[in-house]
Design a protein around this ligand. Sequence first.
Ligand code: SF4
Ligand SMILES: [Zn+2]
Length: 410
Amino acid sequence: MTKNNFLAAKSYVKQKMFESASQKVEQKIKELRANTPNLPFEKTKLAEVEINKFFYEGKTVDRVMIVLRSNGCQHYKKNGGCSMCAHLNGSPLTEKITHKNYVEQWNSVLDGSFIESSSKDFDLNNYPVVCVYNLGSLLNQEEIPVETVRYIFSTLNQYKGVKKVIIESRAEYVTDDILSVIKEVYDGIVEVGIGVESTDYTIRQLCHHKALEDTQILTDAVNMLHKYNMKALAYVNFKPIFLTEQEAIIDAIKTSTDCFKEFDFDAVSIEPTSLQDNSLANHLYNLGLYRVPWLWSLIDIIHGIYNNIPDKKLDIRLGGYFDEEVLSGSQGTGFQGRNEIFPHMTSSNCSHCTNEFVEAIKKFNMTYDVKELDSVKHCPHCYSLWQETKNIRDSRTIIERIEDILGKRE
Ligand code: SF4
Ligand SMILES: [Zn+2]
């Protein structure tokens, strides 16, 4: 065998191993999704409305997050979706939400009728930042009709107190057609959050099961948004399954740095993995094969990004589920009566210091000042344990880890 033939054969075997691992992951995800409950959601009622603080133009402002009850993510329906996500738990599986239903949901925001407690008045004008989410891609016409997107943005245009609208979409749906519709009817700032998760091919495709083959799609999406003077926000999932804590920290730093430097995103939101029912991450947690990320690791990540890009003030946010004020939705408190999309476990330290750290994250998100995180005192119960966790090494490749956990190739 010549050297070239040998190299070609080696790369063929590697590719086959990769494909087999990918199929194993997808198979397992689909198996778990079969348990997704088909709940009788009211099609004309919003899934959730929450209020929290947000850093905007150097100031802390109120942000309202509106989650439409929607048709759910197409990637989830077709391929099982991402390994850490189970948003489809909050969408009807058989019934379709129509434009008319969406309009009724949205009108309940405009007239404030969605509020469950009668003692509160609601006026969108009081919220400089408004998030409109649909548990999927707002720019995908298969999930939400164009006329709905047009309606939502044209009505938002009448609320001059609203300065910025944040929506979410997979990168492939960020197209000329849909952005021109928004631009036609809305004058304010629009930011589109795009799930990048990882810029490492193996991690993104195998650990996240993102089905985002080529990062050129990200470049095209960011360029398209900038063409329309819109902002591009990258979601970076911190600690997907199959990675050690330290590998996950390194990946989050590298991915966030790439998002700013290579892909020209305007902002990055680090999203620590949380656990929802019927996700692969949750399944591995139940088997004792996964732990949600440590909050301490976020300090390493923020410093790591600033070490790579020292000369700029960066728009880095820390995502997650912190106790926002819930105006509508059945989330409840202390995880009692939580709604279908709310995770039962989030990124944490130990029971003695998690709350303090979460307060520091909230302050960080109101100021973008890393000192807020640095100032959390080292917990005598868990800080050294976290440091030891970072020393854990796994000599196996990611493919070998998948084979060990989900079974070998046939
Ligand atoms: S993370 Fe986004 S793309 Fe992935 S399954 Fe969830 S909603 Fe769909
Ligand atoms: Zn602790």
